[in-house]
Ligand binder design. Sequence first.
Ligand code: NAD
Ligand code: DAU
Length: 343
Amino acid sequence: MAPRSVLVTGGCGFIGSCFIRMLRERDPEVEIVNLDLLTYAGNPENLPGIADSPRYRWVRGDVRNEETVESLVGSADWVVHFAAESHVDRSTAGKAGAFVDTNVYGTFVLLDAVRRLRPECRYLQIGTDEVYGDVAFPQMPDEGAMLDPSSPYSASKAGADHIALAFARTHGLDVMVSRCTNNYGAYQYPEKMIPLFVTNALDSLPIPLYDGGGQVRDWLRVEDHCEALLLILEEGRPGEIYNVGANQEPERSNLEITEMILECTGASASLIEHRHGLRPGHDQRYAVATGKIRDLGWAPRADIQEGIASTVRWYAENRGWWETIKSGAYREFYEAHYGRPAS
Ligand code: NAD
Ligand code: DAU
């Protein structure tokens, strides 16, 4: 049944904002409440044209705050929980407390409010394939595979998945978990590999490729991910986990993705700067079995080469969006992490 009211957390971030834009387009009547604290990664400009909509409300608040959350869950038919600390490099830089706090405790606060105030709603926990850890080729973990997270980020996301599934079993809540592979597309904060490499290439800045670039990620267009999430919300079964991934064939290494970016931007390969030691515990390969979500009728639409090309075009045409970020507080992280100025 179509929801009347949806509570989205983290809707000013990269994936949450795409989800809100898509939901709004699908059903202009649905009421959307976006609970987002606006950390460094949140940006209301990711929701152009939506802020003034009478059926949209942004609450600047913290998912860890019981009172705030209690005031918002009461009328939600769906609760879709994106809000998180999401960058692996920040979690390995010695400040992992924020990851445990937001990702694990924040998830608990939200679920506990649902349990008490809105137990009939549908709750979707937005998870990651990183919880399966480093996956040796040619393995493809399915939803029952053991969790073996490598970084404080992925460990905190595994903790959040466990809390969510425990609430389904213990309290009989209608909770589901999705576990998606690496997303890319418009409005992605330029700390992540693809937007960082694209924007650096556009500015002829060094491209910091870690550890030889042989690592594999199963890149998925953010729109394909959000389509999968809507399908899970519409058709998924309570208590179930759904992997979501492109299953790229052939699998693409970071170096191959970098070469695609160089080709699309026309930048020189001499910009590649090989860096070592910036990603301790670096996972070499992620991959997931996606038969379960495909059985629901989902398949990714975007081809990786076309997807990278259109993503490059978006960043080239929306310089103002990322130049503001790269010249703001992000500079401090960049300089501390990469040991050189961001521009
Ligand atoms: P993001 O970092 O772009 O956005 C996170 C959003 O959450 C921001 O708007 C931020 O302001 C908000 N937020 C952070 N802490 C908060 C708090 N305490 N209370 C309220 N809001 C808070 O992240 P993203 O890349 O859009 O990822 C969204 C979700 O999807 C995360 O849960 C992440 O683990 C998961 N995920 C991401 C990917 C990926 O490739 N980016 C892949 C699979 C799963
Ligand atoms: O798999 C899903 C996950 O994908 C999500 O859960 C995370 O929120 C999201 O950040 C992403 O995690 P990754 O660590 O895989 O993404 P990131 O873009 O940080 O790195 C992708 C690859 O690129 C990884 O092998 C490290 C490499 N890399 C990254 C950066 C930032 C570089 O070579 N240089 C860089 O500067």
